[in-house]
Design a protein around this ligand. Structure first.
Ligand code: LLP
Length: 438
């Protein structure tokens, strides 16, 4: 069961703030982020690895949710940052995040993005392929820098929610192949290139994973490659980065093992394997995104029109939708919700929550048991902290919602609501298309 706080008015409370008051103060749709939960999730990772693996580092995957305030928060929790674009890097640098604690990922970084990373002294460039390696070596010469690089490898492990498959040569746009010799070739090129410093290896096997087995399979493949590369070239890796991917429960059906347990098992297994191979323990890096911020977010909507189709279903429309949460339309993600202003009222009906976009696929929750809904009620949708704001769009020219951070009864805006003026700020009108009414 979800641990929800309900106050004496029967309203949902998050971080000590009454959600009805938050909606009044900041409007809807509104993303509410619970600071204590984010910090607790960060600390759970430290807890899980402490004493299990001697030298580890935690890096927050900014793609899940990145704003300047979030940068400060994860920094305070002793996390580095994983960025995947010039825009994410810019956000981190503007927030004052130390460049040396940033990992720069991506399968197609532009030259401009790479130069930006080199000039700012980004800690690790995660190199995806041979062409990027060549480009980086050249740019390092031009900028007179010596980037520290980690190679993204394709372990051939595809993790699905409950199963995983291991194939020889995985068809993926990310990373360097092992069986085709690309990864070993890249190691040799790096070792022969004084312009860069090779630190080690990385993989990321997927997202929303609830089992430890696929991580173990990836560790097997990567450590075997590390041993092989050592035999062939003498190179000993200082960094082993296993990416992110630990899942969170969006609904009662998905029952994850405790996060702590999975993370500890990953750390323990990596240590075992490396020790068995007599490999000096490299820095173990994990890059969680969703499991840090997902459960800390709740989206608040105002209920609008309710359409009861007898014998079919009841559509309850809210003032947001696929623009602020595209995950339902994209991945058939399942969310749960409740009427934030009627938390103590009995659940009387099952509704289908839909957004306001001009599209039938604009759904938020298919079958949600609710207290009797009326227009003006506030619907809270839970676990929307990850890949919601960061994937939001302006489809139908809907302004993006505000984000408010709540802690100990205080609410602080960390992203302003977009305005109509901002929606048109980049529009240009050629003279001949200016509307001149008679
Ligand atoms: N590291 C790398 C290299 C990644 O590609 C990712 C996610 C992560 C770390 C963080 O994974 P997490 O711990 O958040 O699972 N938009 C999708 C998720 C895409 C994840 C892409 N990479 C969704 O909404 O489910």
């Amino acid at each position: 069961e979800r641990d929800l706080t309900i106050n004496s008015s029967g309203h949902l409370e998050i971080g000590g703030c009454d959600v009805v008051e938050l909606a009044k103060a900041f409007g809807t749709p509104l993303y509410v982020l619970d600071e204590a939960k984010i910090r607790a999730n960060c600390r759970a990772y430290h807890e899980a690895l402490k004493g299990v693996y001697p030298n580890y580092e935690l890096v927050y995957a900014g793609k899940a949710f990145l704003t300047q305030a979030m940068c400060g928060l994860v920094y305070q929790e002793g996390f580095g940052l994983d960025v995947v674009s010039g825009g994410e890097l810019y956000t981190a640098l503007r927030a004052g995040f130390p460049a040396e604690n940033i990992n720069f990922h991506g399968n197609n970084k532009s030259r401009a993005e790479l130069v930006m990373a080199l000039k700012n002294g980004v800690g690790r460039i995660m190199v995806d392929n041979l062409m990027e390696l060549e480009t980086l070596i050249q740019l390092a010469m031009e900028t007179k820098t010596q980037p520290r690089v980690v190679f993204r490898l394709k372990p051939g492990v595809t993790a699905h929610t409950h199963t995983y498959t291991q194939t020889g040569q995985e068809d993926s746009k990310f990373g360097m192949g092992l069986n085709d010799g690309v990864a070993l070739k890249a190691v040799k090129i790096a070792l022969a290139s004084p312009q860069i410093k090779l630190l080690g290896f990385h993989c990321h096997i997927g997202s929303q994973i609830f089992e430890v087995e696929p991580f173990k399979a990836a560790i097997d493949v990567l450590t075997a490659f590390m041993a092989e590369a050592r035999t062939q070239t003498g190179f000993v890796a200082e960094v082993l980065d296993l990416g992110g991917g630990i899942g969170i429960a969006h609904n009662k059906q998905e029952k994850p093992r405790a996060l702590l347990e999975i993370v500890s098992k990953i750390g323990r297994y990596a240590r075992e394997r490396l020790t068995a191979l007599q490999y000096p323990l490299p820095l173990l890096v994990l890059e969680p995104g969703r499991s840090i911020v997902g459960s800390a977010g709740t989206t608040i909507y105002t209920v609008g029109n309710i359409k009861r189709i007898p014998g079919v279903r009841t559509y309850l429309a809210v003032d947001g939708g696929m623009t602020d949460n595209p995950r339902v339309a994209l991945y058939q993600a399942v969310y749960e919700g409740a009427l934030a202003n009627k938390m103590n009222e009995p659940l009387t009906e099952v509704v289908t929550v839909t957004g306001k976009c001009c599209e039938s696929g604009d759904m938020l929750i298919w079958d949600l048991p609710l207290a009797t809904p009326e227009p003006g009620d506030l619907l809270a949708v839970f676990d929307t902290g990850a890949y919601n704001y960061s994937m939001a769009s302006n489809y139908n020219r809907l302004p993006r919602p505000a984000v408010v951070l709540v802690a100990e009864g205080e609410a602080e805006l960390i992203v302003r609501r977009e305005t109509y003026e901002q929606l048109i700020q980049n529009d240009l009108i050629p003279e001949r298309l200016k509307v001149k009414s008679e």
